[in-house]
Design a protein around this ligand. Structure first.
Ligand code: SAH
Length: 197
């Protein structure tokens, strides 16, 4: 089994229970961006989990879609959409290998996916989201920050790492300190807005 297949399996089994990141409501940082019109147009949530962020955006009237590698997460997301009467297209897909869609998205959001990837996977991920986001579109990234102490949770990411991955063909609009809500407390995060040139 490859490293990425092993990772995918561990996410799938996490969703048989209630993983710490699956908080049952949207991330406040995502809500704030939507309320200030920084998430607009058609939106794809990569690594959407059980869908709270993208379902919230759909509720606000945005054209919304979500992909995740874990079939159980997608099943739960679809059930929530149905229950809430929301139209969101959810699909199982590998974020490292996204095919170019007929209509590229205006905005791609990522709450807790980027920090899952190894150094080697990061350029593949950049290329993959480059397929699905239109030129001039925005990638909104939320990841665990190197300012988060302790040894729990996913790998920490520095601002310099984000800038180096998105140095060519992309423009980093800003990277600012933010917070991740989890079921075991709050964590320091980076919130970045990055445009595809
Ligand atoms: N955005 C969600 C989930 C964050 S956890 C939320 O905020 O709750 C990271 C998610 O990325 C998990 O759901 C995991 O299944 C998914 N994931 C990890 N690697 C992936 C890959 N290569 N392709 C698609 N999804 C992936």
């Amino acid at each position: 089994m490859s490293e990425s297949e092993r990772a995918a399996n561990s996410f799938e089994s996490a969703y048989l229970g209630r993983p710490p990141w699956d908080i049952g409501r949207p991330q406040p940082a995502i809500m704030k961006l939507a309320e200030t019109d920084q998430i607009t147009g058609s939106v794809l949530d990569v690594g959407c989990g059980t869908g709270e962020n993208i379902l919230y955006l759909a509720e606000r009237g945005l054209a919304a879609a979500g992909i995740d590698g874990a079939p159980t997460a997608i099943r739960k997301a679809r059930a929530k959409a149905k229950q809430r009467g929301l139209e969101v297209h959810f699909e199982v897909a590998d974020a490292l290998n996204l095919p170019k869609p007929q209509h590229q998205f205006d905005t791609v959001i990522d709450s807790g996916l980027f920090h899952v990837f190894s150094d080697e996977e990061r350029p593949r991920f950049r290329a993959s989201i480059g397929q699905v986001i239109r030129p001039g579109g925005t990638y909104v990234l939320m990841c665990f920050s190197d300012q988060e102490p302790g040894n729990w949770g996913p790998r920490r990411v520095t601002q310099a790492e984000v800038r180096s991955v998105f140095s060519d063909g992309w423009r980093v609009n800003y990277i600012e300190p933010s917070a991740f809500e989890t079921n075991v407390g709050q964590a320091h995060a980076w919130l970045a807005s990055i445009s595809r040139l």
